[in-house]
Design a protein around this ligand. Structure first.
Ligand code: 5AD
Ligand code: SF4
Length: 445
């Protein structure tokens, strides 16, 4: 049996795609292995959102070719494959096949073709109409948490972003299919589902089938209520798009305990000038209005975001606006990125005129500001009780287990492995800026 090693870069959608690639390969008599050394076939599921991620692919292929004299088949999947297509073979002639973002279901066909002697196999075609979204038990990234894609692609075309080109236009999955999927996971004992998509709250299925019985101003909030009605213990969703973030989402969270109290709402900048240049479709005032609604909701909802620093023409004043914005929003966590020009995006035409040094300085300053805010927020959890889904053994010496709260914070604590997969009450005894520490009080499910 041929062995396949699959390495994944990038977002949850890629992790989710990889789970399904592995599922199909295993069902077609390949053996998945976590050990690249023993693998006959090495697959990279790639990310193109920033230059660094793309470079990593070329470095990794170089390493594989250098380390192993035995010829391994190398296949490139995902976003870089979709964008580069045939040119990937010119960039790295040792690549055997290239499979685009929607062709991942045909990985076994690509491998078979190469095994039969065909070189340079390329498929950047559409997804099969009867594409199977299910994931085998053996291939899930966690036994207790499952990703459930609800919308693919993106129509927003923010000027810096390659995603609309690598993942195509928005396509929502039919609600009955999603609900069936969640019911099945619930029956299998999964405790938490993450509804995923580039913009989950832009969810717009072709028909309202499956959502008729649920309230809400938008299809997304109806879907949230429908998924909540399956009775699964926890539901998280990511990523949300600010312009489409309406109060009906907050209402759905307030009314359903199993809709987790966490919203990831990327703001990108605190300056209206930069937001306009980014073509984000929201002003900072619009964003603050949404934040105010989230912060004053009945349930305490935690808020996380993405910010890009050093976008073309970002002046010191614009950057100061981002610092002020971070202070205003009091994010529970924040991913900060240095702007990375991507060929083919509108912003690629703009001069990348914030120097490397300035980007570095701004990154450090923003990170420090966020760290201080976050430290305070995390400290406010001291002596409080939170419910944690126990996900895995802890990698920290003094703690046995690690899990996350409904508000998506990591908590470490002592306890037996029998707690894995359970939801437990934890009293918080210590906090750092990224992690909470505590002791187990009660076990629920
Ligand atoms: N440069 C830097 N960061 C980017 N992101 C998307 N495109 C770029 C880029 N060209 C960031 C955004 C987005 C997150 C997933 O990646 O903040 O929300
Ligand atoms: Fe990229 Fe903007 Fe779409 Fe997000 S909303 S994936 S940043 S184009």
């Amino acid at each position: 049996m041929k062995k396949v090693y699959l390495e994944t870069f990038g977002c949850q959608m890629n992790v989710s795609d990889s789970e399904r690639v592995a599922t199909v390969l295993e069902s077609e008599n390949f053996e998945m292995t976590p050990d690249e050394d023993s693998a006959d076939i090495v697959l990279f599921n790639t990310c193109s959102v920033r230059e660094k991620a793309e470079h990593k692919l070329y470095t990794r292929i170089g390493q594989i070719r250098k380390l192993y004299s035995k010829k391994k088949i190398v296949g490139v999947l995902g976003c870089v494959a979709q964008l580069e297509g045939e040119t990937l073979f010119d960039k790295n002639p040792s690549i055997d096949f290239v499979l685009g973002t929607k062709a991942v279901g045909r990985a076994s066909k690509a491998i078979e073709s190469v095994l039969e002697g065909r070189s340079k196999f390329l498929d950047v075609g559409e997804r099969e109409p009867d594409y199977d979204w299910s994931v085998a038990e053996t291939q899930k990234h966690s036994p207790y948490i499952s990703f459930v894609p609800i919308i693919e692609g993106c129509n927003k075309f923010c000027t810096y972003c390659i995603v609309p080109f690598s993942r195509g236009r928005e396509k929502s999955l039919p609600a009955p299919e999603i609900i069936r999927h969640v019911h099945k996971l619930h029956r299998q004992g999964v405790k938490e589902v993450h509804l995923i998509g580039q913009n989950v709250n832009s969810y717009r299925p072709k028909t309202s089938e499956g959502l008729e019985d649920f309230r809400g101003a938008t299809a997304f909030s109806k879907l949230l209520r429908a998924v909540a009605a399956t009775g699964i213990a926890r539901i998280k969703f990511t990523t949300s798009f600010p312009r489409d973030f309406h109060t009906d989402i907050i209402e759905a969270i307030n009314e359903n305990e199993n809709l987790c109290n966490w919203v990831h709402l990327p703001v990108q900048s605190g300056s209206n000038k930069i937001l306009r240049l980014m073509r984000r479709g929201h002003t900072i005032e619009n964003y603050f209005e949404r934040i105010d609604k989230i912060k004053t909701s009945d349930r305490k909802i935690s808020l996380t975001t993405d910010i890009i620093i050093g976008f073309p023409n970002e002046s010191e004043v614009d950057f100061q606006d981002s610092l002020k914005m971070v202070d205003y929003c009091q994010f529970d966590s924040c991913y900060i990125f240095k702007y990375s020009p991507r060929i083919g995006t509108p912003a690629y035409q703009f001069e990348d005129n914030v120097s490397v040094e300035e980007k570095k300085q701004r990154f450090i300053e923003l990170e420090e500001r966020q760290r201080l805010n976050q430290h305070r927020i995390f400290k406010s959890y001291l002596n409080k009780t939170v419910q944690v889904l126990v996900e895995k053994k802890s990698s920290q010496n003094n703690f046995d287990l690690s899990g996350r709260t409904s508000c998506h914070k990591v908590v470490q604590f002592k306890g037996s492995a029998a707690l894995l997969g359970k939801i437990v009450d934890i009293e918080i005894t210590e906090s750092k800026s990224n992690t909470l520490y505590g002791k187990v009080l009660n076990t629920f499910v």
